[in-house]
Design a protein around this ligand. Sequence first.
Ligand SMILES: [Cu+2]
Length: 342
Amino acid sequence: MRHYVTVGILVIVVTILTYAGLYSVDLLPVAASLQAGSINDVGSIDWLWNWELVVMCFLFSLIAVPMFYSFVVFRRRKGDTSDGEHMEGNTNLEIAWTVLPLILVFAFAYMGAYSLGDIRRMDLDAMSIKVRAQQFTWTFEYPEYGFFSNELHLPVDQQVVLKMTSTDVIHSFWVPEFRIKQDVVPGRITEYIVTPTLIGPYEVRCAELCGTSHYNMENAVIVESRANFDIWVAEQVAIAAAAAQTPEGQGQLLAVKNGCSGCHSVDGTRLTGPTWFGIYGADVELADGRTIVVDDAFIIESILDPKAKEVAGFSPTSMPTYATVLTEEEIANIIAYIKTLR
Ligand SMILES: [Cu+2]
């Protein structure tokens, strides 16, 4: 009996210490959405996570404490060469360790369903944004305003519904600070409901291994005040309207719409693909050691058949072909745009 009491007390103490230790190291990044909530916010993700953490700490202690206690207290004494005591099963123990976990599993199933119902609830005034995932970038369309962007700007405290689809393989939309994660599947539209509550820059990353540059599938997510969001929207609308007037402007819009600018910067920064800044007319080194001048023919070939000539230092499997996506005129417009980048 004395052993049971000691082990019981030790299990409780170790549970508390493990929980306190894990809690103090901030396992989760800052919570930036209504759905993330907080540990006191019944139904939120952080509330659910916190209870799971408590149970994990308890189960860890329940296994580790009796084990280490037995190592020390029931160890073999010097000179003791007798056999261990023979034991048959213990029915009460077996019933207990079947029924208690079952109750716990049901409790968490209920909590999980409750939380899911809570975070999937959609407001009537939710703003809708279309998301397209592709290897290896994200494109966002604001149908209300009629423009595309490779950055996701969101007004704070406004619920948004992301209507997401993929043009190639399965991806997964994940902003750790929002907590929610949702698969993005070709041929299907999945919804991601979130209400950002904290102004700041975040990043969406892909959480489904989707190919060689999966690790690099990150785009900026910017939560800002309603006023700043409106300014940004007005800017984007003006840029799109002005750009539509000229071939190079249309090329710029196409580059955003088709995800090119998620991989090709226009200011010299290296992203998944080579920058477009100053490339037209310049020499590029190919992976096979040849050097080639970037002209119309090379750009067209790169768009239609990206694997034909690989640029040195980049993965040729990163860029999808656009052979069935872009028309000749659209490609000409993109080339006109690339020519202006110097
Ligand atoms: Cu992906």
